[in-house]
Design a protein around this ligand. Structure first.
Ligand code: AMP
Length: 398
């Protein structure tokens, strides 16, 4: 827990410095929220149940829909852009395996009301900063754009929008032979389409796209990469990836995933993109972009790469009463130091000074305060600095 809390605290600190505001929602939601967002088949992946009043509920599998429900019911009047973050547990009825759990934590953000490439770039920069705060640097960001993908499928491949859904699933899983068969079965132009899936540069993308939404998408990504470089991001770790489809209809443009290559099958640490869930809530469209980071997997990645940071458990002082009569003075001293914010272990056992100092050493306390009958009689406390070995008497009441 010390390690988890340390990583969590550092991430929360980064989120605050980017001026994100924390939100929290209940662990359970109405089942309907996730059925509406992801379709009926999502039910197999949920812990769903009826409560005593017969309401159909489930444990949340993710937090984007709950946060947006919260936004549309409580926060629509907040000035935009509105930047929110959450840190909390999610539940999925998955088959557990390394890096895949039934209860796991996500750290995530949603930016509401800003769809500029600059804002998207800052979002990716934030993600990189979160991992860096946790101590993880071996990462690969893959960035794609659904506007480009959909237009290319339609204009270059001859697959109209309403026939693209089954292909999107194959694209997302990178099953190229199956994809080829599916495109050909729909009378699509596979030979013209195939080079798109291997595109690696903006020039590749420009050569393969037509004016309109596809080229606007390429322009968006170009501006995004340029801004990302302006933050100082290492662009050798950020790649164009035309095959990110992310499976869900409500994504509108930018999509991205981040992997830790040191992990095996479950190497994806983060996923996200630009989306619009207003339709679920009968609200006006609102441009939103967000990501969710797998917190447990991030810690596994740190462990695998032997990058787990040392736990910083600061102990400022051991305060020891060396005799029964010195207890009240030791208690008062501990109270005072703790009220100042110092981390104090209090020892009222009356053990001899040598043993008290051995304990201070054991817990790596910076200072030991010893109060015995002799000190008490003179109104002083013996203070030993464990770093320097320096020992002195100080007045007990200051
Ligand atoms: P998703 O909401 O599926 O895009 O997931 C976002 C991130 O959460 C993934 O990139 C993973 O790092 C993490 N994640 C998803 N499912 C699980 C799980 N069952 N156990 C642990 N981490 C998960």
């Amino acid at each position: 827990m010390a390690l988890r809390r340390q990583a969590e605290d550092r991430m929360r600190q980064v989120l605050r410095t980017f001026r994100y505001r924390e939100v929290q929602t209940p662990a359970f939601e109405e089942l309907e929220l996730f059925l509406a967002k992801s379709g009926p088949s999502i039910r197999d992946e949920l812990y769903d149940f009826k409560d005593k009043s017969g309401r159909e509920l489930c444990l949340r599998p993710e937090l984007t829909a709950p946060v947006m429900r919260f936004y549309f019911s409580e926060m629509t009047r907040e000035p935009k852009p509105l930047r929110l973050f959450y840190i909390g547990p999610c539940y999925r009825y998955d088959r557990p395996q390394a890096g895949r759990y039934r209860e796991f934590w996500q750290v995530g953000v949603e930016v509401i009301g800003d769809e500029s490439p600059e804002s998207h770039a800052e979002l990716l920069w934030l993600a990189l900063n979160l991992f860096r705060a946790a101590g993880l640097e071996t990462l690969v960001f893959r960035v794609g754009h659904l506007g480009i993908l959909r237009s290319v499928l339609a204009d270059v491949g001859g697959i109209p929008l309403d026939q693209q859904a089954p292909l999107m699933r194959l694209i997302d899983k990178r099953e190229l032979p199956e994809l080829e068969a599916a495109v050909r079965a729909r009378g699509g132009a596979w030979d013209r389409l195939a080079p798109f899936f291997h595109a690696q540069t903006f020039e590749d993308l420009e050569a393969l796209t037509m004016p309109g939404p596809a080229q606007e998408g390429v322009g968006h990504l170009r501006a995004l990469f340029k801004t990302l470089a302006g933050f100082g991001a290492d662009l050798s770790k950020v790649r164009l990836d035309p095959m990110i489809a992310r499976g869900l209809e409500y994504y509108t443009g930018l999509v991205f995933e981040l992997d830790c290559p040191d992990l095996g099958a479950e190497k994806q640490l983060l996923g996200g993109g630009a989306y619009d869930l207003s339709g679920l809530f009968g609200a006006q469209p609102v441009a939103t972009v967000g990501f969710a980071l797998g917190f447990d997997r991030t810690l596994v990645a740190l462990e695998r790469t032997a990058r787990l940071p040392p736990i910083e458990e600061r102990v400022d002082a051991l305060v020891a009463a060396l005799a029964d009569g010195a207890r009240p003075a030791a208690q008062a001293l501990a109270n005072r130091l703790r009220n100042e914010g110092q981390v104090v272990e209090l020892d009222l056992s009356g053990r001899p000074p040598k043993k008290a100092l051995a304990r201070a050493d054991q817990i790596k306390a910076r200072q030991a305060y010893l109060v015995g009958d002799r000190e008490l009689a003179r109104g002083v406390v013996t203070v030993k600095d464990l770093d320097t070995g320096d020992q002195q008497e100080r007045p007990l009441h200051t």
